[in-house]
Write a protein that binds this ligand. Structure first.
Ligand code: FE
Length: 218
């Protein structure tokens, strides 16, 4: 399996005026590309050379120390997930099973968006803010630097990059404005909904398997 820089899921100017083509050209073409290239360089000739990016992230995750390979592989994965977390037709509320769960777990959609924005604005330094499914409950979490929910047993539904390189050209130090724009105009709910459906289907399948192994089902 070879690891490559994925194409953006939309033209480079598709998120304007919210995120400029200049930002995406640098963010995707330089930053994301550098994480991919560094990962490829570090796995060349090792037993990880044929593994998927997800495998490399999981296999190199260590609680004690983040290695250069983990940092680059996780950043490569996080960025691919982030491009898909945005859409030129994003933002707003949408009725879905996920919206129902958000209302249940956060006490309403407005409370959820307030909590997400607050987590993104207050995250100190570089990192990511995520909506994740943890067991059967939705959570908003933030991770520092390259850290990623998959190595903490949580399933990401969407993410927002809060490294300065994600917004500085367009918003300078106004992170709150970037955060509000992401949530209100860019957030790709279709992507989040499909991740939620897939995670639920996988959990149900795992429960069925566990039930049949334990003999608890007829
Ligand atoms: Fe980034």
């Amino acid at each position: 399996m070879s690891i490559e820089l994925p194409k953006l899921p939309y033209p480079v100017n598709a998120l304007e005026p919210h995120i400029s083509a200049a930002t995406l050209e640098i963010h995707h073409g330089k930053h994301h590309r550098a994480y991919v290239e560094k990962t490829k360089q570090l796995i060349a000739g090792t037993e990880l050379a044929e593994r998927s990016l997800e495998d490399i992230v999981s296999l190199t995750a260590s609680r004690k120390r983040k290695t250069t390979l983990f940092n680059n592989a996780a950043q490569a994965w996080n960025h691919a997930f982030y491009w898909n977390s945005m859409s030129p037709r994003g933002g707003g509320a949408r009725s879905s099973q996920l919206a129902d769960r958000i209302a249940l777990d956060f006490g309403g959609f407005a409370r959820f968006t307030d909590a997400f924005k607050s987590a993104a604005v207050s995250h100190f330094g570089s990192g990511w803010v995520w909506l994740v499914l943890a067991q059967s409950r939705l959570e908003i979490i933030s991770t520092s630097n390259a850290d990623t929910p998959m190595v903490h047993g949580k399933t990401p539904l969407f993410t927002m990059d809060v490294w300065e390189h994600a917004y500085y050209l367009d918003y300078q130090n106004r992170r709150a404005e970037y955060v509000a724009t992401f949530v209100d105009k860019l957030l790709n709910w279709d992507f989040a909904i499909s991740n939620f459906q897939y995670a639920n289907a996988r959990r149900r399948a795992a429960e069925l398997t566990a039930g049949s192994h334990s003999g608890s089902r007829p």
